[in-house]
Design a protein around this ligand. Structure first.
Ligand SMILES: Cc1cc2nc3c(=O)[nH]c(=O)nc-3n(C[C@H](O)[C@H](O)[C@H](O)COP(=O)(O)O)c2cc1C
Length: 206
């Protein structure tokens, strides 16, 4: 059987691949979506490092995903040295796990970062406005933000100071896996991408 029955739909591997990317695209748009806060993992000199991020953008055609971060952060510097990353999503309501991996490109001083910065809210821009770099050791528990930004979003002009610390991490997906937990037997599929976005796909024993 070369299709999976999801509710009342019979889905081929090709349709499933499209469905997963559409789910990811939706996850990037809505902050309430189950796929909005994935975990990304990379390897540093101590081992594996994971953290939650916000899925910011999905490019369906190019099989790319993006999150934003501070260019002074640990992850940015780690990814600059070793650019492979893994993403983990779990949609509990739909009993679906999605895993992805690929190589990243880091965007700071280019048109991609500029366009992303332009699209960010003032509330989000606050996160890049701290004088001390993220992970700096401090004596008291502080946010590191300018005091005024703790209670009010910056004005557009005041937010500009954060631009120099703002970066976009884009993953070109090379591998994707879908796992669906189901009472009458779980289902699993894997997709391996070539540079042009074409892919090979297989069902797997879950
Ligand atoms: C719900 C949630 C969303 C987050 N989103 C981001 C994000 O989009 N970008 C980011 O750099 N950190 C984000 N963080 C913070 C990271 O998980 C992490 O604590 C921080 O970036 C430091 O990671 P690092 O030391 O590995 O760089 C988020 C945390 C949570 C709990």
């Amino acid at each position: 059987m070369s299709t999976v029955q999801i509710n009342d739909r019979s889905v081929t591997l090709e349709e499933l691949e499209q469905d997963v990317w559409k789910r990811l695209e939706k996850g990037a748009i809505s902050y309430k979506d189950a796929l909005h806060n994935p975990v990304v993992a990379n390897v540093n000199t101590h081992g594996v490092n994971m953290r939650t991020v916000i899925l910011r953008k999905v490019w369906l055609l190019h099989k790319q995903l993006a999150f934003y971060t501070d260019t002074r952060s640990g992850k940015w510097n780690e990814l600059a040295k070793q650019n492979n990353i893994s993403w983990l999503f779990y949609d509990a309501a739909n009993c679906t796990q999605i895993r992805l991996s690929g190589d990243v490109t880091l965007h700071h001083d280019d048109s991609i970062a500029a366009a992303s910065w332009d699209a960010t809210t003032m509330n989000n821009r606050r996160n890049y406005s701290g004088e001390e770099r993220p992970s700096s050791v401090i004596e008291f528990p502080l946010s590191g933000l300018p005091a005024a930004f703790e209670t009010n979003d910056p004005t557009s002009e005041d937010s500009l100071n954060g631009r120099k610390n703002f970066g976009v991490v884009i993953t070109k997906v090379q591998w994707m896996e879908w796992l669906w937990l189901n009472n009458s037997g779980h289902r699993r599929a894997t997709f391996t991408y070539l540079e042009d976005g074409s892919f090979t796909a297989n069902w797997l024993i879950p």
